[in-house]
Design a protein around this ligand. Sequence first.
Ligand SMILES: Cc1ncc(COP(=O)(O)O)c(C=O)c1O
Length: 459
Amino acid sequence: MPSSSSSSFGSASNSSTRAATRLEQVSKQMASASSSASHDVWHSTPFAPPDAIFALTAGYQQDSFDKKVNLGVGAYRDNDGKPFVLPVVRKAKQILAADDTLDHEYLPIAGLPSFVKATSKLIFGADSPALSENRVVTIQTISGTGANHYGGAFLSRFYEPWLGKSKEEKKIYLSNPTWANHKSIFNSVGLTPVDYPYYDPKTIGLDLSAFLDFLRKAPKQSVFLLHACAHNPTGVDPTREQWKEIAKIFKEQEHFAFFDCAYQGFASGDLDNDAWAVRHFVSESIPLLVCQSYAKNAGLYGERIGALNIVASHAGDSEGGADRIRSQLLILQRQEISNPPTFGARIVGLILNDEAMFEEWKRDIKTMAHRIIDMRKKLHELLVNKYKTPAPGPNGWDHVTSQIGMFTFTGLNPEQCKAMVERGHVYMTGNGRISMAGLNEHNVEWVAECIDKAVRGQL
Ligand SMILES: Cc1ncc(COP(=O)(O)O)c(C=O)c1O
């Protein structure tokens, strides 16, 4: 029997036994901890490929060459290569900063009402019958990317011809080529992206007959993504006559038009002109939705302000009515972000609803669009007259001036593009696309010289 003292404090041998037991317990715990560490729950996570554009920008930033040029990223730069805060946006920010009545409450799920109302007017036009008939359902989104995501998710859940269909059967047709993120976005919401012919590398222009043929042969009620203006990455847009032909087949085939409008105003410098295709499709009663972004045309890249507009066949809450669509869009928004962010919506809301600020914004857009157009002319002039550079297409270098918007598809092949980056320090994607917004009076000569040398295999 252990003595009371030994039971209280333990004998030497008992205490060493207990110490041994404790040690054993601790070492067991440590073993189980280390075995759980070795069973890494992220073990099978594959390394994702880096985003090509962001990798290009990282390469540019690390480059110490003094004449380096970044023509990869699709963001506007001023003539000194600096990010541009639009004067009208500066003004709007000052107004907001001085307004003591503004708080930080949640916005309604659909977004800031004054923004939501005005944004649909901007794309469809103030006199749009779809608007006056209350057939347009609009929701504020996380810029154009968020609008594309919701557009795809909404179709995946509710597009009548797809009900009960598998992912493989829910095909969304995308122009070949298209914005790099489209495929990834639509894949992630249960759709299967499929290419349609659009760009003809031989002419560095639109392959209209192949496109129209594809539209005719696609199953009825197919979903086609169309770039409303300033096609990314090619800069090749259909003319109005060509849009009419495209719309005619949409109507005959009852196709659905998924318009992505990331550059309204940026293409021609005129907001209405750049919305023409969308408005024409609405006037032809073609079923459609439109994604909007204020990243480029208001320079609000980081504020993530955009909208998704779905046009219903009729107003109200009966089958197929706008109210039913709105109710489901609200659910989608609630699931994904609960409430959209305030700042960008307030800025754009102010600009769109104030006549003087709206006029000023139009002037700012013209400043950006026309600087890009000037750079197109300058690059064209250098290649044609100064360097007499052999052209990659049948129409000389005219595609540099005839393409529209932020990007030019130069026609350079992947090897030439590689030389541009590695030896010219001109950062551009391997498909030959350059962002015209990255060109300015200080670097256009160097870029033209590098293009000339790359084409001649001398870079
Ligand atoms: C065709 C197209 N759609 C959508 C977007 C989305 O841009 P953001 O999400 O920045 O508005 C872009 C941006 O480059 C684009 O080029």
